[in-house]
Design a protein around this ligand. Structure first.
Ligand SMILES: [Fe+2]
Length: 383
């Protein structure tokens, strides 16, 4: 028996932000990032819709990229003062993931962050508030996943906090909300969604629902990412990418991911390489590595008119270039000396990452190190 974990209610399509008018409650605590939601007018429109629904509003803004646990504690403290019955994560995945962790510490002020890092240890939520996710980027699918990625800067580690408790009650997937997303973020996040489709499809959890969503998501990304990057005002392309991101998120919420994410989390935390950009560097070589044991790649390749795992890997490399993304770690400006100094540390952490357990091929430390080194140089890995 399997249960499909999905956001409680999903509103999608251009203009679906207006669904906030129909929320029933008393107080909404909006968590958002820097300035983009304010500048685009989305924050004000959200406030207006919620006020129309009769809710009192508090805005917690300024959540940084790759949010830390300290930000979650600060937000939770503000929540305890305001006592919301709705939490609204509005913006990129950083804002939404931080809001998810604030929610945990709002409901459980004494919860221990270090203990929550262990998968499926978040206690029962919704005693004080429910959660609305409104993404402004099309990549993580956090609006329908039980995942929040929190960074420990001192240790240089990104922790995926995993629990179905964190799956939002309401997801609003409105392509108009991401109309202001810059081209490089559209590219990075779109490649993250693509990675979710591939990793969920070949993971060691078989799930028919995830398979269909992964294939559908992959097709939409290949058909729309370039257009969304090149013509940012094309709302249909924006909505298509937003839908693909949700579908990919729903797929991996149920079939999970693999070592692309294990490798990517470490270089994100240590070097600040954007998540989707890092994924797109590792993904082709991890396809080659996994194809030695998984027979599922040809099926996935057919979705985009290709036949083999190698052709799929090459098509991803081509798309990555077409949306102006980098092809190696060294292109991010990391010296060989620095890389060599840190390689053992990040390889060890990648092996311990929760995503590693769902990879179709069981890696040993040396495998991950070899993939890392090939991707540092941007050369094909065939181990
Ligand atoms: Fe991801």
């Amino acid at each position: 028996m399997s249960k499909l974990f999905i956001a409680g209610e999903v509103f999608h399509g251009a203009g679906s932000l207006a669904e906030l008018k129909n929320i029933k409650g008393k107080k909404a605590f909006i968590v958002t990032g820097g300035n983009s939601m304010r500048k685009s007018g989305t924050l004000d429109r959200s406030i207006a819709f919620l006020e129309e629904a009769g809710l009192e509003i508090f805005v917690f803004d300024g959540v940084e990229e790759d949010p830390s646990s300290a930000t979650s504690f600060r937000g939770a403290e503000a929540m305890r003062a305001f006592e919301p019955d709705w939490i609204v994560g509005l913006g990129g995945c950083s804002a939404i993931d931080a809001a998810k962790m604030m929610w945990v510490f709002y409901e459980y002020p004494d919860a221990d962050f270090d203990a929550l890092v262990k998968p499926f240890t978040v206690p029962t939520l919704r005693n004080k508030a429910k959660f609305i996710a409104i993404p402004s980027t099309s990549g993580t699918g956090t609006e329908t996943t039980g995942l929040a990625v929190i960074t420990d800067r001192e240790k240089g580690v990104k922790y995926p906090i995993v629990s179905y408790e964190l799956t939002p009650d309401i997801a609003i997937v409105d392509g108009e909300v991401c109309a202001s997303m810059p081209a490089h973020i559209t590219s990075n996040t779109g490649l993250d969604a693509l990675t979710h489709c591939v990793e969920a499809y070949v993971s060691n959890i078989d799930d028919n629902y995830a398979d269909v969503l992964s294939k559908g998501g992959l097709e939409i990304v290949f058909n729309n990412l370039k257009e969304a990057v090149n013509n940012p005002t094309n709302i249909q392309a924006r909505q298509n990418m937003h839908d693909a991101s949700f579908m990919a998120g729903l797929a991996f919420n149920n079939a999970w991911l693999g070592i692309v994410h294990s490798l990517s989390h470490q270089v994100g935390a240590l070097y600040g390489i954007p998540h989707g950009a890092a994924n797109a560097i590792f993904l082709p070589n991890v396809i080659r590595y996994n194809a030695k044991v998984s027979k599922r790649f040809p099926d996935l390749a057919k979705v985009i008119g290709k036949e083999t795992a190698e052709e799929l890997a090459q098509a991803i490399e081509t798309l990555r270039g077409e949306v102006n993304n980098i092809a190696s770690i060294k292109e991010f400006g990391i010296s060989k000396a620095d890389w060599d100094k840190n390689i053992d540390y990040i390889t060890n952490n990648a092996l311990l990452d929760p995503c590693t357990g769902f990879n179709p091929r069981v890696p040993v430390l040396q495998d991950l190190k070899d993939i890392y080194n090939a991707c540092y140089e941007g050369v094909v890995f065939n181990g």
